[in-house]
Structures are given as C-alpha cells and as structure tokens.
Write a protein that binds this ligand. Structure first.
Ligand SMILES: [Zn+2]
Length: 364
C-alpha cells in the first residue's frame, strides 16, 4: 500500500501541475498547498488512499468511492483532486451543463479517473470547479464477478496552507468577490459544518449544496477581502460602505470606494461599531470551533503515532507516558521567533525577530 500511495501521490502531483499550466500559471503554483515530499518521519500526510470492495448486491448502499457517504446522492470531493482506479466502471460524473455521464466507462486497466475537488475550485476561483459524482447504478448491477474494487487517492491540501486566488488574478483571470483567501483548516471546517446542516435535512440534494456554495458566507462578509482578517477595525466611509484592514488602507490611499467607486472624504471616517461587534462575535465562535477541531485532529495524529511507535516486544497496553495530551500550540508566549513570512508578509518584517504575545490556533 505504501508503494501505491507514493505512486498515486506522484500522479496526482503531475495532474495538479498540468492543471496549473493549463490555466497559464507556473506549474508549481499550488505546491505550497501540499505536504512536503518526502514528509518528515512521524508526520501524517494530509492526503489519503482508500481501498474499497463493494459487493454488487450491496452497491446501492455504498458511496461511489471509498469513504463516501451512503446513498445514491451526488457527492463532491473536498480536497484538490482525487484519482480513482477501479477494476470495472461505476462512477457517473456531472458535466458543467448538469448532464450525468459514466466517466470511467471506457477506461482500461491502469487508467485513472480524475475528480476535481472543492479546494481546487476555491484555489482556482471556480475556473476548475469541483465535479459532482455518484455511483452508476446500471453498471454496478451488471458486473458478472459480483463486485467492484477501487482505489481512491485523495490529494488534500495541508491544514495550515492558505487557499488564495492571487496567482489566478496575476495571470489575468477575473476573481469573483466570493473567493476570499481562507486557511485550509477553516475551509474544511466550513465544509463539514455545511454537511452537518445539510445532513440534518431530508432534501439533501446536490442543488442545495451547490446554491449554498455560491452565497457569500457570514465569515466572508465580516472579513477583509485582502487579508482575510475579521473586520474588528471596521470604519464607515462617506458612501455608506464599510472597510477594515488592508482594504481600508487601499480605500484611504485612493480616496475611492472599492465597491461603488464613489469618491471618499477620508477625513470623515467613523468607526462602524455594529460591524465590529458582529465580526468579533463570529470570530469568537470560530476560534472555539477551531480549538475543538484542532483537538480532534491532534488526537487522531497521536493515535496514528502511537500505533507506529509500538514495537513488537512492547506490551499492547503500553502507550508510554505521552498519551492523549491537549491542544499543542506551535509556540509558547514570550518565545522569540524569526519571521519567515509568506507572499503577503510586508518585506520590512521578514527576517526580523518577534516575541509571541498571544496564542492562536489558525496562525492568522
Ligand atoms: Zn461605496
């Protein structure tokens, strides 16, 4: 399985590079979203390989590929892309015009089916939308061997990366307003939250899911579209619009509203206290949820670590003295760090020493 993981991982990387080049981007433009290759020992990859075998008579109760939700509803992958290899056709994909077709009908042994995911859709500002798919009922019932085996490799972005469309904008593509930069962990948490909401409804259809994606989220309305930070410093400008963070700076510098293009009297800015309070409340809610999710992720990683570190001569119950710990922050308060920065870090900060004053889980 380790060899298959490496092999399909490589193929997924190549496919991602090809997608980037096709969009007139550098082929390595998405590399910062991926785990290091090779991963340091003890690190768990964000990507996953799932092997499934489904009996024909049980097919109707299973998802199209491993780990999918039960039922015949359309599913959409969350990650960047998913490669599926199977011994017989069985996956229907929805084309951009809403027509379903059997996507792996003509594939030979060794062919891989590529499904685009929601993270890729966000990173490309919708230019490579996520493909809805479902199990094809006709094909699954007609298999003489009585079952279908498949391997699915899900290329997932690493949790602390930022999904950001600026390379797409730089290549001359138009970016709709709803595509704000967002950390991968937040993006995935949002998708899980959406699923929870939709899962509790009876009319769990693809249409409902799709329309939900197009509406701007509460978070995006309450955050600065440039930096992604919450509008806790929101100012009301003379046209009636409000801005905070880097977008506010831009509005002041240009004396022009970026939403309605009205000329702004920069001397008459008023703090928008209601918007600040709303942003602070949602941020607080978010932090609590992130804290919870980080605890769950950490526990899962520790369990994997424990399983890996168990030697054959160790007794089964012997886990060692570092069992389940709480959430681990990357740095402690008062610790000195050197700012490495990323593309959006102002140059004057890069390489400078900083002291940690408070702890935050999502790194923003
Ligand atoms: Zn305005």
């Amino acid at each position: 399985m380790a060899d298959i993981f490496r092999c399909m991982g490589k193929a997924a990387h190549v496919a991602l590079c090809a997608i980037a080049r096709h969009l007139r981007l550098r082929s390595n433009v998405f590399n910062h979203l991926l785990d290091d290759t090779p991963l340091p020992t003890n690190e768990v990859s964000s990507s996953v390989l799932v092997a499934t075998y489904s009996n024909a008579s049980l097919q109707n109760g299973k998802g199209a590929i491993g780990g999918g939700k039960p039922g015949m509803n359309a599913e959409v992958e969350k990650g960047l892309l998913t490669l599926v290899s199977s011994d017989s056709p069985g996956i229907q994909v929805c084309d951009p015009n809403g027509r379903w077709y059997v996507a792996d009908g003509g594939s030979a042994p060794g062919d891989l089916l590529l499904l685009t995911g929601k993270a890729l859709s966000h990173a490309t500002a919708g230019l490579r939308p996520a493909a809805p798919y479902k199990a094809a009922p006709d094909y699954s019932s007609g298999i003489s061997s009585g079952g279908r085996a498949s391997l699915a490799f899900r290329l997932m972005p690493q949790g602390n990366a930022i999904l950001d469309c600026s390379p797409i904008a730089a290549a001359g593509h138009v970016i709709p307003h709803s595509y704000v930069p967002i950390s991968v962990s937040q993006f995935m948490d949002d998708l899980s939250a959406e699923e929870d909401v939709l899962g509790s409804r009876s009319d769990n259809t693809y249409v409902a899911r799709n329309s939900l994606n197009k509406e701007p989220s509460l978070r995006s309305v309450l955050s600065d579209p440039v930096s992604g930070s919450f509008l806790e410093d929101a100012m009301l400008v003379s046209c009636g619009h409000s801005f905070g963070g880097l977008m506010l700076r831009r509005v002041i510098e240009t004396s022009r509203c970026t939403l309605c293009c009205a000329e702004i009297e920069t001397g008459s800015l008023v703090p928008n206290l209601a918007l600040r309070a709303a942003a602070a409340a949602v941020k607080h809610e978010d932090d609590r949820r992130l804290f919870h999710n980080a605890t769950v992720r950490k526990r899962r990683k520790e369990l994997v670590d424990q399983m890996a570190s168990r030697r054959p001569n160790k007794e089964n119950g012997d886990i060692g003295d570092d069992g389940i710990r709480g959430v681990q922050y990357p740095f402690s308060v008062n610790e000195k760090v050197v700012i490495k920065g990323n593309r959006r870090t102002p140059e004057k900060f890069v390489g400078k020493e900083a002291v940690i004053t408070s702890q935050c889980l999502n790194g923003w």
